[in-house]
Design a protein around this ligand. Structure first.
Ligand SMILES: CC(C)(COP(=O)(O)OP(=O)(O)OC[C@H]1O[C@@H](n2cnc3c(N)ncnc32)[C@H](O)[C@@H]1OP(=O)(O)O)[C@@H](O)C(=O)NCCC(=O)NCCS
Length: 366
């Protein structure tokens, strides 16, 4: 019998702090009108000083495992897609694993920038279909505000912070993840990048003075690339899944720019009503953008059991990724008895508190 992977839990977290276009007008030579007409973005969320990719990922993960009604000990693998990890090492996934008490899980990060969550979904479902794992927690989390140069109006108005997560579970039903397509063109590496902080340009006075730890981008080139790959990748997974365009009920694209999304819809020849967008409220949250949008599509009852949906993303690398899914779950989370939901929360908080206590009391050997 063939094993499939299906999404059985989902959750998101966005920071409370809202940075509006009007706030940016006070910081930069820009205007609400310019940002809205060129990008569709009205506001974005910004992490508090205490929040990081790991803390946001942890909150999204708790929400997802609660919907999946899964005890953390049953998670086999945690994949965190991020290009703003808390540290170069260890992985953000390992920090999440500890914080949620997933004591039997392997953990690693995947860096494919804004395409990362769709990459991680493909890896997670592959490991389930191959019989290696049964329950995989897939997270997309990014704290883009930490790598923004708020003196650069060409980039800093575009990005925001957040996290989204799903639980993938093995099933014998022919449903769930149907087909994935992943791509990369590294010849465009310097069109969207953070030049310093890695092995090539480790942190130094010079790299800091030259602002090399901030994201840099050639917006026009990235725009052209994005429109081209979004339609191509979507059509490929639709075909590989044995579907026709008319079978697709909803496309959830990476939320980078409303004009990119509209152009991709036109290239795909799909009505704009079948495309989910929330870029106006969050901006580009990088690897978190697709899972946050997926969660909101579910919250807004835009996905029903049996629907065929496509997730598609592009990003630094340059990379792109798409996946076709048949939604197997009831769209709204199954009603959990109040005591079970409390138990999940309590277990989660207890695990997080223990982990924090362990970390703060640990003596660093000299
Ligand atoms: C960045 C982007 C919005 C720029 O839009 P655009 O219509 O191509 O604008 P241009 O780059 O041609 O710039 C037009 C003018 O606006 C100016 N400008 C750039 N950012 C501005 C801002 N925030 N506010 C006001 N003016 C701005 C430019 O300096 C330029 O001025 P000039 O004509 O005097 O030189 C667009 O190229 C884009 O979205 N690219 C893709 C980016 C992306 O999605 N990246 C993430 C990928 S995961």
């Amino acid at each position: 019998m063939t094993t499939h992977a299906e999404i059985v839990g989902w959750g998101k977290y966005v920071p409370n702090k809202v940075l509006t276009n009007h706030d940016l007008e006070k910081m930069l030579e820009t205007s609400d009108e310019w940002i809205r007409t060129r990008t569709g973005i009205c506001e974005r969320r910004i992490a508090s000083p205490k929040e990081t990719s790991a803390t946001m990922a942890t909150k999204a993960a708790f929400a997802a495992i609660e919907v999946a009604d899964l005890s953390p000990g049953k998670i086999d693998l945690i994949l965190t897609a991020t290009s703003t990890p808390d540290h170069l090492m260890p992985s953000t996934a390992s920090l999440v694993q500890d914080a949620i008490g997933a004591t039997n899980a392997g953990a690693m990060d995947i860096n494919a920038a804004c395409s990362g969550f769709v990459y991680a979904l493909a890896m997670g479902s592959g490991s389930i279909a191959g019989g290696i794992h049964r329950n995989v927690l897939v997270i997309g989390a990014d704290t883009m505000s930490r790598v923004m140069d708020y003196t650069d109006r060409g980039t800093s108005v575009l990005f925001g912070d957040g996290a989204g997560a799903v639980v993938l579970r093995a099933t014998n039903k022919a449903t769930g993840m149907l087909a994935s397509a992943l791509g990369s063109d590294g010849s465009g590496a310097d069109l969207l990048w953070i030049p310093a902080g890695g092995a090539k340009h480790p942190a130094s006075t010079e790299t800091v003075q030259n602002r090399m730890h901030y994201l840099r981008m050639n917006g026009n080139e990235v725009y052209r690339f994005a429109v081209n790959v979004m339609a191509k990748a979507s059509l490929q997974v639709i075909k590989d899944a044995g579907l026709d365009l008319e079978d697709i009920e909803l496309v959830i694209p990476h939320q980078a720019n409303i004009r990119i999304i509209q152009s991709a819809a036109k290239a795909l020849k799909i009505p704009i009503e079948k495309i989910f967008t929330n870029v106006d409220r969050y901006g580009n949250t990088s690897a978190a953008s697709v899972p946050i949008a997926l969660c909101e599509a579910i919250e807004q009852a835009r996905i029903k059991t049996g629907d065929h949906i496509v997730l598609v993303a592009f990003g630094a690398g340059l990379t792109w990724a798409a996946t076709a899914i048949q939604w197997g779950m009831p769209a709204l989370p199954p009603h959990l008895p109040w005591w079970r939901s409390m138990l999940h929360r309590f277990r989660g908080q207890e695990a997080a508190a223990k982990s924090l206590a362990r970390r703060t009391s640990r003596k660093i050997p000299r």
